[in-house]
Write a protein that binds this ligand. Structure first.
Ligand SMILES: N[C@@H](CCC(=O)N[C@@H](CS)C(=O)NCC(=O)O)C(=O)O
Length: 205
C-alpha cells in the first residue's frame, strides 16, 4: 500500500497516526494533489491528499474512507468499534475533529493571502466559532474520562489529537488550553504517543 500525503496535511496525519497505531506496512509518498506534475490525480480525480493506493493499484479517498479501509488491516486493535451505536459515536468524534481541522485550514490559508485580499472579519469570526464550539463539545464529552470514547484508545482519540495538533501547529496564537483543561490533559498524553511523535507536522501545508 502507498499513501500520498504531505508532512503539513492534517488529514494525511490522521491517516498516518492510524497506520502507526495499527502497525501497518506502507510506503509514504510526499506529494501535493494540485501540483502540475502530481502523481495523485490518476488515483484520486479530486486531486487531494491523503490518497491511498491499495495493493491492487486502485486509489481510495478521502480520509474517513481510507481510515475505515485501513482499520481492517494490521495487528493492532480496531480503531472503529463494531457495535453500531459505538461506531456512530466514534465517527461523530471524527467529524468533530475534521470540522475543527477544516476551519483551522481555512483560517491559516487565508492568513497567507495579502491583507487586502483577505476575507472579512465576519468570515474569520465564523470559522473561529466552529473551532470554539467544536472544542467546547469535545471538552464536555471527554470530561474526566481517560479516552474520548469508551475504555480504550480509538479513532475518537486520533480525531481529537490530530485536530488539536493541527490547531497548535497552524494557529499557535489560539490559546485553547486554559478554557479546555480536559482536552489539554488529553493532548499532553496523546502528543507523547509514538504514533503522534512520529508524524508531527514539520512544514506548512
Ligand atoms: N475531506 C478531505 C480533505 C482533504 C484535503 O482537503 N486535503 C488538502 C490538503 S490538507 C488538499 O489536498 N487540497 C488540495 C485541493 O483541494 O486541491 C479528507 O479528509 O481527506
Amino acid at each position: 500500500m502507498k499513501l500520498f500525503g504531505s508532512l503539513g496535511s492534517p488529514y494525511a496525519r490522521k491517516v498516518r497516526i492510524l497506520l502507526a497505531e495499527k502497525n501497518i506496512a506502507h510506503e509514504f509518498v510526499i506529494a501535493r494533489g494540485s501540483a502540475p506534475d502530481s502523481p495523485v490525480p490518476p488515483y484520486n480525480p479530486l486531486g487531494k491528499i491523503p490518497t491511498l493506493v491499495r495493493d491492487d493499484g486502485r486509489g481510495l479517498y478521502d480520509s474517513p474512507v481510507i481510515i475505515e479501509y485501513l482499520d481492517a488491516f494490521g495487528t493492532g486493535p480496531k480503531m472503529i468499534p463494531e457495535d453500531f451505536d459505538s461506531r456512530i459515536e466514534v465517527r461523530r468524534w471524527e467529524a468533530l475533529g475534521d470540522g475543527i481541522a477544516d476551519a483551522t485550514v481555512n483560517i491559516s490559508h487565508e492568513y497567507r493571502e495579502p491583507a487586502d485580499k483577505q476575507r472579512s472579519a465576519e468570515w474569520f469570526a465564523k470559522q473561529q466559532q466552529k473551532i470554539d464550539r467544536g472544542l467546547a463539545v469535545m471538552e464536555k464529552d471527554l470530561g474526566s474520562n481517560a479516552f474520548c470514547f469508551g475504555q480504550r484508545f480509538t479513532l475518537a482519540d486520533i480525531a481529537a489529537g490530530y485536530a488539536l495538533g493541527y490547531l497548535d501547529h497552524a494557529l499557535p496564537k489560539v490559546e485553547w488550553r486554559s478554557k479546555h483543561p480536559a482536552l489539554a490533559r488529553l493532548a499532553q498524553q496523546l502528543y507523547a504517543r509514538p504514533s503522534f511523535t512520529g508524524t508531527a507536522h514539520v512544514a506548512s501545508k
